[in-house]
Design a protein around this ligand. Sequence first.
Ligand SMILES: Cc1ncc(COP(=O)(O)O)c(C=O)c1O
Length: 384
Amino acid sequence: MIPYSRQCIDEEDVEAVASTLRSDYLTTGPQVPLFEEELALRVNAPYCVAVSSATAALHISMLALGIGPQDTVLVSNVSFVSSANCARMVGAKVEFVDVDEKSGLITPKTLKKALERLKAQGIFVKAVVAVHLSGRPLDLAGLYKLKQEYGFYLIEDAAHALGAVYKGDTIGSCKYSDLCVFSFHPVKIITTCEGGAVTCQDEGLYKELQLLRSHGIVHDKALLQDQSYPEFYYEMQTLGFNYRLSDVQAALGISQLNKLDKFLEKRRALAKLYPTFLNEHLKEYDISLPMADLEEHEENLSSWHLYQIGVPNRDCVYQTLRAKGIGVQIHYLPISRHPYYGKIHLEGSDKFFKRALSIPLHVRLEKRDLSLICALLLESLDKV
Ligand SMILES: Cc1ncc(COP(=O)(O)O)c(C=O)c1O
């Protein structure tokens, strides 16, 4: 089976993990702050907090922003469920923003529509979770304008988008947002097995995130509320979690981060190669390719986590390709359609979902794999 995505681990990664295993620290040692420093540098953010998953990162992001049961959070509707669940984890109400039917991304237009709909009901939106689906950068300047107008917090869910660039700025710099969240699950751009991170520009948020990641416990004598304690005492000042990344995982993260540019280059080369096999068949089989219909700013770069095409009869094509050993995948059933969220249908999300098929894209693939994937794809489609 050629999987739609998979990790790329080499001997350097194995050695980085092995040498940390031989060191004094398995958890909370020197590798975690080093990983945070290098990641912050890479995405051009002043602050970075590494955690055990992107889901954990989204959860503490909600808490750090003070979001709670009295609040409403708007979420990109085509995403993994974590993008919305984080708001439920703090008791907030979730509402959904519909997506552009071609890209699966929310746009300033779809967000404005959702904000106006809620405003008409007297609902103030406290935060928006905006997803860079497939690694393709959102129109952040457009979203930022609405943030200024409506006064919500903007959280970028960049689980797919490490290395993506928007108008020359690396995703994660938080130029337009309050917080940005990454995932290091094995199918993502780099991996720490499980893992995630939050970046931000605000020192207060950074300190709050650090506290929430580790039980809400303060060790720094200068920060203890009771200054009469000796310096070996610690205080729990807020309710936090054990959402720490281990030093072993961070060592893998540093080693993977060293290869990020190589990974991105390969993904971008493969994404350019697919159209060379498919372009001449698009009309004949009613295939749509990513980027084909939307302007790509020359300073916008996708990280190409996913290569999502659109095809008719998608479920049938999925089954045929799987039976032939091509590990295609579907991203995603719109979150609002899950039973927990009320099985709500939104037009753009439904249209995108109906045709969306992720065909394999990862750094171990070669031209001959893409040629085989495309030949089998065309075989599985009917001419229109
Ligand atoms: C868009 C998006 N957000 C959040 C997550 C959660 O990531 P993690 O598995 O690191 O918790 C995922 C995972 O697939 C995702 O795709």
